[in-house]
Design a protein around this ligand. Structure first.
Ligand code: NAD
Length: 482
């Protein structure tokens, strides 16, 4: 369904994120007929250039980051004609008059702050001061949202000086992934799962976000952040909320976010012996191509973690006694994001000890191959008596949903269109972000107080050995990363 014509201003419109994600996502929505020709997309950044030069830059980005079939038959030219550019200084006066003169009328105005967080405040202030805000104004802010609780509070307060919470869209692109939304559909659209979704039937839950890449060009930022701040506090926390929350009364932004907030507030503090930090080493013979973490960030004494595994609990009626194991890291064996809901064994095996013990596992794969698999136990085929075997019941989008399922929209496509439509359900509210930092801060403070040094692990492995022990001690094991 096409949306009404809107104005989208991308501050940082020449940056890496705009080039790789935001502009290609907009183009794909244009190709899908969702963005009308009258929409205006204005790049606003420091670089001095005219609109034609910006269009050429965007055309290159689209050719690089979308499939060629989208660029044929004049569609790209049509999209480029929606584009404009203004050179603007977020910290000065340059460009603001020109930009504000372009933004008129009462259509939706979305300001995407695709810039470092230190510019959020100055941009919010100038956008307001130049009369560019109407009833239909929304701002989109990127991660990282703060470095700790104090800075997140300060950022929320600065934005609140100029905008109402209902106008602020804090992006966590994990929430835009099709499978993450499907997780809610599976939980709350079926009778089958929800009655079992508690500590009586679920033994434990694993959330893994494994990356095969290293820190790449983000070394300077990453070394100040680490996996706890860069991934755990936001992405893994959001996944944990969606898997653990109570059913909201309706699928409405505040109803969903209220339930997520309750999960974060019910999280137990993490005990130091329930957390393992790691830092990757280069693999033998690969140091030049894939350097160690310390080499990659240019800090030979860095004690920042590129890997983290932890065990936590949610202290409420539903989850009392069910551990949640979360892990994330860089330069691991494979790129794989998956949530595994590990159900308990059947209480009694009528097939005897030889049949083995088998428990159901519901795997929600975010990437690659988005989809959901339920491992069920059946009889092993053949004449060898009653032996049991696990088989996957696969709810792969690609097969079940045809072309739409094979090429699910990118998270940014979904999220940007939600901003235009004014739907905040998949965006983090200020209090959620603060609650997540309130849980994260003491963990980091504990490492700092103890002078904790991360455990080394080899690139291409599954992480430090201690992470295996973390779960083995409890008589459990990680599901494989593949
Ligand atoms: P970038 O350094 O590539 O681009 C920064 C942009 O900000 C440029 O367009 C630049 O012109 C503009 N800018 C800088 N100073 C300015 C000023 N004074 N006035 C006006 N414009 C100014 O950064 P990026 O990688 O595109 O990241 C943008 C934001 O998105 C950051 O907050 C980053 O943390 C976040 N983010 C990026 C990625 C990614 O993959 N690149 C992923 C997640 C979040």
């Amino acid at each position: 369904i096409p949306v009404d014509p809107f104005d989208l201003i991308i501050f940082g419109g020449t940056g890496d994120l705009a080039r790789r994600k935001i502009l290609p996502a907009l183009f794909r929505r244009y190709c899908a007929g969702q963005i009308p020709q009258e929409a205006r997309i204005i790049g606003a950044a420091r670089r001095t250039q005219d609109a034609d030069a910006y269009r050429a830059f965007v055309a290159d980005a689209i050719k690089e980051f979308t499939t060629p079939r989208h660029c044929e038959d004049g569609t790209l030219d049509g999209f480029l004609s929606c584009l404009d550019y203004v050179a603007v200084d977020a910290l000065g006066a340059a460009g603001w008059q020109e930009l504000s003169a372009k933004i008129t009328g009462d259509r939706v105005r979305a300001y995407y702050f695709s810039v470092g967080p230190r510019l959020f405040g100055p941009l919010a202030k100038r956008t307001k001061a130049h009369g560019m805000v109407n009833d239909q104004t929304r701002i989109v802010v990127e991660k990282p949202f703060g470095h700790d609780l104090d800075s997140a509070k300060a950022l929320n307060a600065t934005l609140a000086d100029h905008f109402h919470e209902s106008q602020i869209y804090r992006i966590d692109h994990y929430l835009g992934k099709e499978t993450v939304q499907n997780l809610m559909a599976v939980r709350f659209g079926n009778m089958l799962f929800e009655p079992l979704w508690n500590s009586q039937y679920v033994d434990h839950i694993q959330i893994t976000v494994a990356e095969s890449v290293g820190v790449g060009g983000r070394g300077e930022y990453y070394d100040r952040a680490g996996a706890m701040r860069d991934m755990m506090q936001n992405h893994l926390m959001q996944l944990l909320c969606l898997i653990a929350m109570e059913p909201p009364a309706k699928f409405d932004p505040d109803a969903v976010r209220d339930e997520k907030l309750k999960v974060i507030r019910a999280l137990d503090p993490v005990e130091p012996h329930h957390i393992v930090r790691g830092q990757y080493l280069a693999r033998d013979g690969e140091a030049e191509e894939h350097p160690s973490y310390r080499e990659a960030v240019g800090n030979p004494r860095s004690t920042t973690e590129s890997y983290i595994a932890l065990r936590t609990h949610i202290s409420n009626w539903r989850w009392a006694g069910t551990p949640f194991y979360l892990r994330t890291g860089k330069r691991l064996k494979a790129r794989s994001s998956v949530i595994n809901v590990m159900f308990k064994d059947a209480p009694h095996s009528i097939f005897g000890a030889d049949a083995g013990r088998h428990a159901n596992v519901l795997s929600i794969r975010l990437q690659p191959n988005e989809g959901i698999t339920l491992k069920v136990t059946i009889k092993e085929p053949g004449q060898g008596g009653m032996r049991l075997v696990d088989v996957p019941l696969d709810m792969s989008f690609a097969e079940a949903l045809g072309p739409e399922g094979q090429d699910p929209p990118d998270a940014y496509e979904r999220l940007i269109m939600d901003v235009v439509r004014g739907n905040q359900t998949l965006f983090m509210r200020g209090d959620e972000v603060e609650a997540a930092w309130a849980w994260t801060d003491p963990v980091i403070a504990g490492w700092e107080a103890r002078g904790d040094v991360p455990k080394p692990y080899e690139s291409g492995s599954t992480g430090p050995g201690d992470a295996e022990l973390l779960i083995k001690r409890d008589g459990r094991h990680w599901q494989g990363i593949n």
